[in-house]
Design a protein around this ligand. Structure first.
Ligand code: GLC
Length: 733
């Protein structure tokens, strides 16, 4: 009997061992990812490896069905999870389970100057992508705000490389903590929509390394992004989706990027460069990334049969293919095949809370004379709300970031909820027409009658909230085209003037992702920059307007007084928008406040500026030493006091100037910031650290970063235009 039991047990064990031996390493979730990659690669055919490198549908690419390796499903966008589309269509598939939470646009997130909210944002949107079974979220976008005309500035994080770096890292960490890959875009120099598909951008190496690359470098080296999206434009005559310098040299070799380079949709133009210059996954070829369809089967993509043919003929080294396949397998093992991939959530109360909090903290109070704001509920019996942006959806349109949402609280909804419908009178005031990709379709409503009705509402109201700005229509804040001027569109300036004739008590609330000119600025007592605030827009706006939340947002980009004051528009067409073939960023490193400071041009509102309902006092700035060696860290300390009667938050900003240097440097550059929350009357001590190495400039002669010994001036303030203290320190050889 005993021997029978032993025999059966032995057989059982050997079967179990055999079963374990049959389990290939790539399927063993407890094995290190790199072992799993090599294990899968070693049993894949060349055809299977090539099939990983190009799309199988509008937003997905193949896995390896034979081996049980899942497909890669990507989805837009940076502000929420795009609705499902049909297999090879841009339009929605009319699913009934894909209406998402719209989070505020990334300009709003950036305006919070609060990296903790970036982490919250990333985790929340990551959970929505995870719930919708997406492998890759096609965001965040971090292209630098160079011109107020760029149609996609609303999707990005502003004009300063340091602010964008600090805000993008936690967003990526948040998304990827949920087992979804972030896809940081658009790498690189996609700073306008005009001629985006081909314009050949060039600029100095200093501008490239000091302004346009830092946020991407932080995304890769600190954020550990699992994928990067190549940009549509060319850089030094090579398309960014297969640009040897950007992808092979800088991204993969210098920065050590081990993830996947995904093309923008339609950004790939030839097999040779796609094979050799660092592209890993080709998407959307033969389309314009928004509306057009390709006439070619996916098998005709540049990295499909043409690449396979080249491999088989020995034209392309198999090592090129193996590197692409390894990176895509690594992405899959980090996401869909990872051992402890978290679960997602979709349109949860927590996501609404997150959206509302980010919106509240991003809203920027630009002007507030006679303490116009806050308007406490009950203060007025009759409030006129005027403007299309109070009631129009601002999550639909804008291009690939357009969303089908579960709900959208409009400014009008929020104001009615806050003040009571009996105290609110609404008038459209102006109409912009429907949001149609690629062209403007004017409204059929009669502008004069809209104005007349608005003036009548304003005349009989105690106070007017004008809610205008831009919207997601073509030539506004929208992908695929740039704005044609900095002015408010749809006759808003004239409307504001007409309203002012009957009521001086007007606050202007701008919902936009870009700076606008303000001819009425001296005639209105209050101005709010409200961003695209997503599903919780109305609630967040009403929270701030009513004083329930004290505004603490700061501008992530400068508002010039007029377009010509902006750096990109100071050097003629070749600088913006280019001559339709080539473009040169002639302002070099002087982007945004760097330009205004150096050229002594006063902006309408400065980078880093934003008011509060309370006031703050920054105490004496001190540093732990006065002389530093180049490998040390500067530790500064100062106090902040809330000298007002309302709790609030101040964004303390530390800029640095290098007054004596063999190259010209900006008057100041942001090198640290900290948002400090203080109760009324409270004082807190704040500490900041700056690596001396981070004060370096990019030395074109050495082709490396360089810092010259000498004095540096630390400048503390609450805006780039409001420095309250300076402190000199010295860097020694
Ligand atoms: C678009 C955009 C990109 C987007 C992609 C997929 O053209 O440039 O940001 O993620 O194509 O929609």
């Amino acid at each position: 009997m005993k021997s029978i039991i032993l025999t059966i047990a032995g057989a059982g064990i050997s079967l179990m061992v055999a079963a374990q031996q049959k389990q290939p390493v790539y399927l063993d979730v407890n094995k290190p990812i790199e072992e799993r990659v090599e294990s899968a690669l070693s049993i894949m055919t060349t055809e299977e490896k090539v099939s990983l490198c190009y799309a199988q549908s509008k937003f997905s690419s193949k896995g390896v069905p034979r081996l049980g390796i899942p497909e890669v499903w990507t989805d837009d966008g940076p502000h929420g999870i795009r609705e499902e589309v049909l297999w090879d269509e841009w339009g929605g598939a009319n699913w009934t389970n894909d209406s998402c939470t719209a989070f505020p646009a990334l300009t709003c997130l950036s305006a919070t100057f609060n990296p903790e909210l970036s982490l919250l944002y990333g985790k929340s949107i990551g959970e929505e992508a995870r719930y919708r079974n997406k492998t890759v979220l096609l965001g965040p976008g971090i292209n630098i705000y160079r011109t107020p005309l760029n149609g996609r500035n609303f999707e990005y994080m502003g004009e300063d490389p340091y602010l964008s770096s600090r805000m993008v890292v936690p967003y990526i960490q948040g998304v990827q903590s949920i087992g979804v890959a972030a896809c940081v875009k658009h790498f690189a120099l996609n700073n306008q929509e005009e001629w985006r598909g081909h314009i050949n951008v060039d600029l100095s190496d200093r501008a490239l390394y000091e302004i346009y690359l830092p946020a991407f470098k932080a995304a890769v080296q600190e954020g550990k992004a699992w994928s990067i999206m190549g940009a549509y434009n060319q850089f030094r005559k090579e398309h960014c989706c297969h640009n040897g310098l950007l992808l092979n040299e800088i991204l993969k070799k210098d920065w050590g990027f081990d993830g996947v380079v995904v093309s923008d949709w339609g950004g790939v133009h030839n097999t040779d460069q796609a094979a050799k210059n660092g592209l890993d996954l080709e998407m959307g070829t033969y389309t314009n990334g928004l509306t057009t369809k390709g006439n070619f089967p996916y098998a005709e993509y540049y990295l499909a049969n043409p690449f396979l043919k080249g491999i088989k003929e020995g034209k392309y080294d198999i090592a090129l293919l193996n590197d692409k396949a390894r990176r895509i397998l690594r992405l899959i093992f980090r996401t869909t095949m990872s051992a402890n991939r978290p679960f997602g959530r979709f349109v949860s109360p927590e996501h609404s809370e997150a959206a509302r909090k980010i919106a509240q903290e991003g809203i920027v109070l630009l002007k507030n004379e006679q303490r116009f704001f806050p308007v406490l509920p009950g203060k007025f019996k009759k409030i006129a709300v005027i403007g299309e942006n109070a009631s129009r959806s601002l999550v639909i349109g804008g291009g690939s970031s357009s969303l089908k949402v579960a709900y959208e609280s409009s400014p009008l909804d929020g104001l009615i909820a806050k003040y009571g419908k009996d105290h609110i009178v609404y008038s459209l005031g102006y109409a912009s027409g429907p949001s149609v990709y690629g062209r403007e379709e004017p409204s059929r409503l009669n502008a004069d009658s809209l104005i007349a009705a608005a003036v009548k509402a304003a005349r009989h109201a105690e106070v007017v909230f004008f809610v205008g700005g831009l919207n997601k229509n073509h030539f506004q804040d929208c992908e695929g085209g740039d704005r044609r001027s900095m002015s408010l569109p749809f006759g808003q300036d004239q409307l504001i003037d007409a309203l002012l004739k009957v009521n001086k008590n007007i606050a202007v609330v701008l919902l936009s992702g870009n700076a606008v000119s303000m001819p009425w600025i001296n005639k209105v007592p209050a101005i709010v920059q409200g961003w695209y605030l997503g599903s919780e827009a109305g609630n967040a706006l009403a929270d701030v307007i009513s004083g329930e939340v004290n505004p603490s947002g700061k501008l992530p980009f400068s508002f010039p007084k007029k377009l010509e004051d902006n750096a990109a528009h100071a050097y003629g067409k070749i600088s913006y928008p280019g001559d339709s073939v080539n473009q040169y960023y002639k302002e070099d490193i002087l982007v945004g406040y760097r330009w205004f400071d150096t050229k002594k041009i006063t902006p309408q509102y400065a980078f880093g500026y934003g008011l509060s309902y309370t006031s703050f006092d920054l105490g004496t700035l001190s540093a732990d030493k006065s002389i530093y060696s180049k490998d040390e860290v500067i530790k500064v300390r100062f106090s902040v006091k809330n000298t007002g009667s309302q709790d609030g938050a101040e964004v303390t900003q530390l800029y640095v100037n290098d007054p004596v240097c063999t190259v010209s440097r900006p008057v100041k550059e942001l090198k640290a910031f900290k948002k400090v929350f203080l109760e009324a009357g409270e004082t807190k001590s704040v500490e900041m650290e700056i690596k001396v190495a981070d004060l370096a400039f990019y030395d074109e002669g050495k082709k490396d970063w360089n810092i010259e010994a000498g004095d540096f001036v630390l400048q503390l303030g609450n805006s780039s235009a409001n420095i309250s203290q300076k402190l000199k320190i010295t860097v020694k050889e």
